[in-house]
Design a protein around this ligand. Structure first.
Ligand SMILES: *Cc1c(COP(=O)(O)O)cnc(C)c1O
Length: 391
């Protein structure tokens, strides 16, 4: 295994081609066009230390995981991809690689509830300090820095408020402060947005979402371009052990092949849904970066290919009304998570973001979040209308 997964010098390819081919070389033994699921823990050595292809134990490396990791690096334009058992496992490995007791990190005022919980309930116990900033405003990030700030964490678009952060602008703040910029790219996927090219140091993914794309696997990823950081992360990935299993890696690798076509349709359907919601009498506010009135619209248009499949909105009548809309939806399945081909609806305040209650990351009680799937748009619009109209 080479430690440079995305060697420069290879001919540049289109994203769709890379999604299908990077890491997916035909099996050398049988010619199988899809990498096998190497469901194996250990590898025969040809004499002590005589490894075939560099594999000795599957926590350290497994060929199916390697295929996915090469694919991830290529898609994000980084030197190294690392696949984990979940998005939070990836985040945990990253934080314990970057931070030591006494260090400080700036976190966004809108983020995945589990990311906030990791900072507030886990990492803080190890003596890491954190402050909350409005990352959509680079001045707010600058104001939150201390002389111990080692990392700035950004999620864009954010979960569940669909806030947009100017990655290039915050990358400059991070460079000035000698801190690393981490971007959670879960909502956009590398097809819509490539943070490393905009100056980020680390890209984080919950591959459970759009990368897998079929609500059938939990996984996480880190992608970096800096070789030294790549080596440190790979060391910690093996030392801490929360790696993606072979079958999970294979499912994500399969999902990624259709990422571009899925994301195009997610964005198209979400645009139609957002448009309908803005005209619905019971909807008081629609949060979708594709809407010209969204405060982050121009930045999103600059750094994203299209605006993605996530839409949130606020309902007249407060929390109970929002909960009722969720309960009445039929085609939109009531459930947590996002990014699958099937549409989902949820109430962040009581579901995904319940752990942020009472904090700076608390979400509005009348908020409903949609993961707009790739079903027929007319069916999605009809379902949302009946859920809002209550008849
Ligand atoms: C789901 C999610 C995570 C956590 O990923 P898991 O795979 O559930 O551990 C992190 N960030 C964002 C934006 C998410 O949506």
């Amino acid at each position: 295994m080479s430690d440079t997964q995305n060697p420069s010098g290879s001919a540049p390819r289109g994203f769709e081609t890379t999604a299908i081919h990077a890491g997916n070389t035909a099996d050398p033994v049988t010619g199988a066009v899809v990498p096998p699921i190497y469901q194996v823990s250990t590898y025969k050595q040809d004499g002590v230390g005589g490894l075939r292809g560099g594999y000795e134990y599957s926590r350290s490396a497994n060929p199916t995981r390697t295929a996915l990791e090469e694919n991830l690096a290529a898609l994000e334009g980084g030197r190294r991809g690392l696949a984990f058992a979940s998005g939070l496992a990836a985040e945990d490995c990253l934080l314990r690689t970057l931070l030591s007791p006494g260090d400080h990190v700036v976190i966004p005022n809108d983020a995945y509830g589990g990311t906030f919980r990791l900072f507030a309930k886990v990492v803080s116990r190890w003596g890491v300090q954190w402050s909350v900033a409005d990352t959509s405003d680079p001045a707010s990030v600058r104001a939150a820095l201390t002389d111990r700030t080692k990392a700035i964490w950004v999620e864009t678009p954010s979960n569940p408020l669909l806030g947009i952060t100017d990655i290039a602008a915050v990358a400059q703040v991070a460079r000035d402060a000698g801190a690393r910029l981490v971007v959670d790219n879960t909502f956009a996927s590398p097809y819509l947005q490539q943070p490393l090219a905009l100056g980020a140091d680390v890209v984080v993914h919950s591959m459970t979402k759009y990368m897998g794309g079929h609500s059938d696997v939990v996984g996480g990823a880190l992608v970096v371009d800096d070789q030294e950081l790549a080596d440190e992360l790979a060391f910690h990935q093996n030392a801490m052990g929360a790696v993606a299993g072979p079958f999970d890696a294979w499912l994500v690798l399969r999902g990624i092949k259709t990422l571009p076509v899925r994301m195009d349709r997610h964005s198209e359907n979400a645009t139609k849904v957002a448009d309908m919601l803005t005209r619905h009498a019971r909807v008081t506010k629609v949060l979708y970066p594709g809407l010209p009135g969204h405060p982050g619209h121009e930045v999103a248009a600059k750094q994203m290919k299209s605006f993605g499949g996530m839409v949130s909105f606020q309902v007249e009548g407060g929390e109970e009304a929002a909960v009722e809309v969720c309960n009445r939806a039929k085609l939109f399945t009531l459930g947590e998570s996002l990014g699958g081909v099937e549409s989902l609806i949820e109430h962040p305040g009581r579901m995904t973001h319940a752990s942020a209650a009472g904090s700076a990351l608390e979400v509005p009680a009348d908020l409903v979040r949609l993961s707009v799937g790739i079903e027929s748009a007319d069916d999605l619009l009809a379902d949302l209308k009946q859920a809002l109209d209550g008849k």
